[in-house]
Ligand binder design. Structure first.
Ligand SMILES: [Mg+2]
Length: 386
């Protein structure tokens, strides 16, 4: 097999369909750091770190990363660790990265994603084949309604239901009365058939406040309640008091976190990311722990561009436990725009083809690597010059 010889990083900014916010987020979405890996046989692999300074673990357990910290960590440390690694040897890649620098999972995830893409392209196989094979060919998509006014949220929910979107996540965790009113408005606008879940991003101040809001939403029939408060112990308090399943997101970065969640019975659902544990290689370890404990999962993310979305689709396709609807944007470059908004957060994307999105599901792409080629002209177009 060839060896990795080149590591390049660059920043892009994709145009958004609308402002997308969640509790705690202070920066625009769609400004990730991209990684381009090359090997000595001329193959290329792409990865993405949708890093945000506002996104970390509970009580300072994991620090925020940002595109600029990821670029610095890669150029000063991780590039040295990955150059010379045999293409396809992800175990060695992670061992070397972890020996070089502790933490920085988003920087490691970008390199992991690019390394899988490179391995697939070098071998002529899809990444899902390299990861052990897909257990599903299509991924159920949950559309995220960010923090917005009641009127805007209801209008978006009505459009989504008319398009046939099956599941909506509503961002909450701002103010209890506002949150209750918005979620009820979304239920009224979307009708009874659409699944609705809520994500507070740790925003409710106490378990009591979270419990009160969820009880006030009994009529909405929430599919689950995502990260109502900060902290595994406090999550457990909420989980004991409400009927709806609790999903851990900010509390669940890696396999060790999930062991603690199991021990404390803090959540019935875990949201797995490609990025939080440091890449697909580590995400499958999270999935294995969840599987062993009977925890149900989805794949979630940070509203990635097409590069990261392809990795998330691959994870959802191979991880048996990822049976719930996934919050993965539907990548649809501008030339394929068709007026639909379900799963759409950007007005353009970085791929040569659009995701196939029908009946609420994205088809897992076939073909080498992640299955859809990156559009380098689009990357040049949206590149941020520093
Ligand atoms: Mg979340």
């Amino acid at each position: 097999m060839p060896v990795i010889t080149g590591v390049e990083t660059l920043r892009v900014a994709l145009p958004t369909r609308r402002v997308h916010k969640w509790t705690g987020l202070t920066e625009p979405i769609g400004r990730p750091l991209l990684v381009r890996l090359t090997d000595d046989a001329g193959n290329v692999g792409w990865g993405e770190a949708p890093a945000s300074k506002d996104w970390g673990g509970e009580f300072g357990r994991y620090f925020g990363e940002s595109p600029s910290t990821v670029a610095e960590v890669i150029s000063s440390y991780l590039a040295k660790a990955v150059v010379g690694v045999e293409v396809g040897n992800l175990g060695d890649l992670h061992r070397r990265m972890d020996l070089m620098i502790k933490g920085h999972p988003y920087a490691k995830a970008a390199l992991d994603i690019a390394a899988w893409d490179l391995a697939g392209r070098a071998a002529g196989l899809s990444v899902t084949q390299l990861l052990g094979g897909r257990v599903r060919d299509r991924i159920a998509i949950t559309h995220s309604i960010g923090l917005m006014s009641l009127e805007e949220a209801a209008a978006e929910a009505e459009l989504l239901a008319a398009e046939g979107v099956r599941a909506i996540k509503v961002k909450v965790g701002v103010d209890p009365e506002r949150d209750i009113a918005v979620v009820k408005a979304v239920r009224r606008a979307a009708g009874e058939k659409v699944e609705i879940c809520i994500d507070a991003n740790e925003g409710w101040r106490t378990p009591g406040e979270a419990i009160r809001v969820v009880r006030a939403l009994a009529d909405v029939r929430l599919k689950y309640v995502e990260q109502p408060v900060m902290g595994i112990d406090r999550l457990a308090q909420v989980a004991r008091a409400i009927d709806e399943p609790v999903m851990a997101d900010e509390s669940a970065w890696n396999a060790h976190d999930v062991l603690q969640i199991i021990e404390k019975q803090a959540a019935q659902i875990v949201s797995i990311y490609t990025t939080k544990p440091g890449g697909l290689y580590r995400a499958l370890q999270v999935a294995a722990v969840c599987k062993a404990a009977g925890i149900v999962c989805n794949v979630n993310g940070s509203i990635e561009t097409g590069v990261g979305n392809l990795a998330n689709v691959a994870l959802a396709a191979v991880a048996e436990v990822a049976e719930l609807g996934c919050v993965i944007p539907v990548s649809r470059p501008a030339q394929f725009a068709d007026g639909r908004i379900g799963g759409i957060y950007y007005t353009d994307d970085l791929l040569r083809e659009a995701f196939r999105f029908e009946d609420g599901y994205v088809a897992v792409p076939d073909g080498p690597g992640f299955g859809i080629a990156v559009d380098e002209a689009k990357i040049d177009h949206y590149r941020l010059v520093e």
